[in-house]
Design a binder for this molecule. Structure first.
Ligand code: GDP
Length: 298
């Protein structure tokens, strides 16, 4: 929780600072107060639609509960945020094994780093993990994945740069089966600007996974960079056009005042944020706990 609170420091400074200011002195709980809150929420990248939803709910609750104390409004606001996020802790633990996770996201969002952290997280939980270097477009991506694998003592299946990604995934699946791996995490290329190729590539990989292990627990996880704020939502929508996304890994929450984006993603995309990145270290990927998040935020 401390790491989460520390990670959200910038968001807290901007959002909580303003919210506290608005609610600090004894003033009437009226439309003007709600308008000021609305502005503070929008500024922290909670998004226009989600902010409107929150403020409407808040107005309704204030009326229902006849709230006249500004401090009470903060409590209601926190409650509403937890409700919107859904009140259960999320993670990427497999529902059964073999599990095959395809990780997608544009270059630079922290995809490789997140895969490295995910692998370590799952290994710590007792699962046997393997990585597949499916981003064959960049030699650096393959090397980087290997560095993470070596660091955690986890096998990395790779081909040469330029190889067919589907062939890498095919080999990885055979190896995972032979070695009785629990979770196979597959890196993929992040070339969203070449949508048609990317879609074709992901479709081909999906087909291989479907054919080689039809009973596997399959997940497509999208990595998004919180520092890009509302652009992350736009990026997510583009990826949702090329593949079925089951969950989101939101990175770099520690480096941004735009942490409100977590709430926008959950509310507008209806895809659960499953893990959050709060630093560059191997242990800096956390399960997403809506209650802890709201408490760290407000
Ligand atoms: P990729 O191109 O998507 O594979 O991105 P990388 O995994 O290479 O990450 C890009 C940069 O973001 C690296 O310098 C990472 O250390 C950094 N990074 C990734 N996740 C986080 C995070 O949660 N917090 C911070 N502060 N940096 C991160």
């Amino acid at each position: 929780f401390d790491k989460l609170k520390e990670g959200l420091a910038k968001t807290r400074d901007s959002l909580t600072g303003k919210v506290d200011q608005i609610l600090s002195f004894s003033r009437p709980v009226d439309e003007e107060l709600l308008e000021e809150l609305e502005e503070a929420l929008i500024m922290s990248d909670i998004g226009f639609q989600t902010t409107t939803d929150i403020i409407n709910l808040l107005r309704k609750r204030i009326k229902e509960k006849k709230v006249s104390d500004a401090e009470e409004v903060k409590k209601l606001l926190k409650e509403i945020i937890i409700e919107l996020l859904g009140n259960e802790v999320r993670n990427i633990l497999p529902e059964k094994t073999l599990a095959v996770y395809m990780v997608v996201g544009v270059n630079g969002v922290g995809k490789t780093t997140s895969i490295g952290k995910m692998a370590a997280y799952l290994k710590n939980k007792g699962y046997k993990v393997m990585l597949a270097a499916g981003d064959t477009f960049r030699a650096a991506a393959i090397d980087q994945l290997e560095v993470w694998g070596n660091r955690s003592g986890i096998d990395v299946i790779k081909h040469q740069e330029g190889a067919d990604p589907a062939a890498v995934i095919f080999d990885a699946i055979q190896s995972a089966k032979a070695k009785k791996i629990d979770v196979l995490i597959c890196d993929t290329a992040g070339r969203l600007h070449n949508k048609k190729n990317l879609m074709e590539e992901l479709r081909k990989i999906n087909k291989i996974i479907e054919r080689e292990c039809p009973d596997a627990y399959k997940q497509t996880l999208l990595v998004l960079d919180a520092t890009t704020g509302q652009n992350a939502t736009i990026q997510a929508k583009q990826f949702m056009e090329v593949s079925d996304v089951n969950g989101i890994i939101l990175t770099k929450l520690d480096g941004t005042a735009k942490g409100g984006i977590v709430i926008a993603i959950n509310n507008e995309l209806k895809i659960p944020v499953k893990m959050i990145g709060v630093g560059e270290g191997i242990e800096d990927l956390q399960e997403f706990d809506p209650t802890a998040f709201a408490n760290a935020l407000l």
